[in-house]
Design a protein. Structure first.
Length: 380
């Protein structure tokens, strides 16, 4: 009885420690690793892992602890590719509570294909990670020679999985709030620039124009004309900057935003966009910024006013092609990207696990080809 009481106290202390880790956690991966380690220590299990699963059923290994050799080879590749029974049951709706799994396909494959020692682990318990009706993934735990989990153990695992689900939802809501704050700050800065600097530049341009009419001195006229050109150019740059901060027309879709931005830059933009109304906000924002930077580059370097943009959403990806018939540049894949703008585009695409290719040569224009996997709402 004393031993059982001690174990109960240990489990309660572990639940308290897990709750504290989840409440203070601000980075998903570190938080899940810490919680998994505390949980396994509390219930004397050897190994565990957490899959996060998106709305399309695609999973990713978000955390793991003490995986056997057979599952950790090649940078944990057996845990990152292929199908397994628990993920399949989660995706088809059969897995709704903590359950014993009678065997693990990944562990069976490790034995079958001689991937390495499994430490006598053949079975695991699996628990859906949820917050209310919203699902986020799976918590799996196992130990050598353990083929069944008690109802008490499953209840504890289910309790922890609900805590994890609530913490994940909190992080997602926090990220959404931060994103909204960034948008609000951009809008505020855009308004300030429009109401102050933009109006001052416009007044300066009008003043110079009026002053030019008040003199007959050719040298002064020439200087005033130069000042007028500079102020007009600065005004155009300021309007473009305001557009970058707050793209007017994006609420009406990417086509409207890109065409309007092309007008600001005095470019002739032909856009063919299909299916983008279904895109998550972060992906739409990324595509808008890519198109914006491409149009900026065309304005500055291509010596051409004609730009063609094709954006199309397929079942599993979004394809973006941006092409101009300008002067082009000498580009080699192995070399560093020639401008900060292109580097920024590549970073934006990489943040969504996409790829960016550039084809350009002197006199042959430039084509930018982007592919971004479409996975629905992001888990990150």
């Amino acid at each position: 009885m004393a031993s059982e009481g001690s174990q109960q106290i240990r489990e309660l202390l572990a639940i308290k420690a897990i709750a504290e880790a989840l409440n203070k956690g601000t980075e998903m991966t570190c938080m899940l690793h810490e919680v998994l380690e505390k949980l396994l220590d509390a219930i004397d299990l050897k190994t565990g892992w957490i899959f996060l699963i998106d709305d399309k059923g695609k999973y990713e290994l978000a955390a793991s602890y003490e995986l056997p050799e057979g599952l950790s080879k090649d940078n944990k590749e057996p845990m990152c590719v292929g199908e397994c029974w628990c993920v399949n049951q989660y995706n088809d709706g059969r897995l709704k509570k903590a359950s014993n799994i009678f065997g693990c396909k990944r562990l069976e494959d490790a034995v079958k294909f001689n991937w390495g020692d499994t430490n006598n682990i053949s079975h695991h318990a699996t628990v859906p990670i949820m917050a209310g009706d919203e699902k986020f993934g799976l918590l799996n735990v196992a130990s050598p020679n353990k083929k069944e989990f008690t109802e008490k153990e499953l209840a504890l695992l289910e309790s922890v999985s609900f805590q994890i689900g609530t913490a994940i939802k909190r992080l997602k809501l926090s990220e959404q709030e931060q994103a909204m704050s960034v948008v609000a700050e951009r809008n505020r800065l855009a308004r300030d620039l429009h109401d102050s600097v933009n109006q001052l530049l416009f007044s300066l341009m009008l003043t110079v124009r009026g002053t030019k009419e008040m003199t007959d001195d050719p040298e002064i006229k020439q200087m005033l004309e130069y000042m007028q050109e500079l102020s007009q150019e600065a005004l155009q740059e300021m309007r473009a900057l305001i557009w970058q901060l707050r793209p007017q027309g994006l609420e009406n879709g990417l086509v409207s935003a890109l065409l309007n931005y092309g007008k600001v830059l005095n470019l002739q933009v032909e856009a063919d966009v299909k299916g983008t109304k279904e895109l998550p906000n972060d992906m739409e924002e990324c595509i808008w910024r890519i198109g914006q930077e491409a149009l900026n580059n065309c304005k500055k370097y291509a010596s051409s006013k004609n730009v063609y943009i094709n954006i199309e959403k397929f079942e599993d990806k979004v394809l973006i092609i941006i092409k101009d018939n300008g002067i082009g540049f000498d580009y080699e894949v192995a070399k560093q990207l020639p401008s900060l703008g292109l580097s920024s585009m590549k970073e934006r695409v990489a943040s969504l696990s996409g790829t960016l290719e550039i084809k350009s040569s002197i006199g042959a224009g430039t084509t930018i080809h982007v592919e971004i996997p479409f996975k629905g709402e992001s888990l990150k």
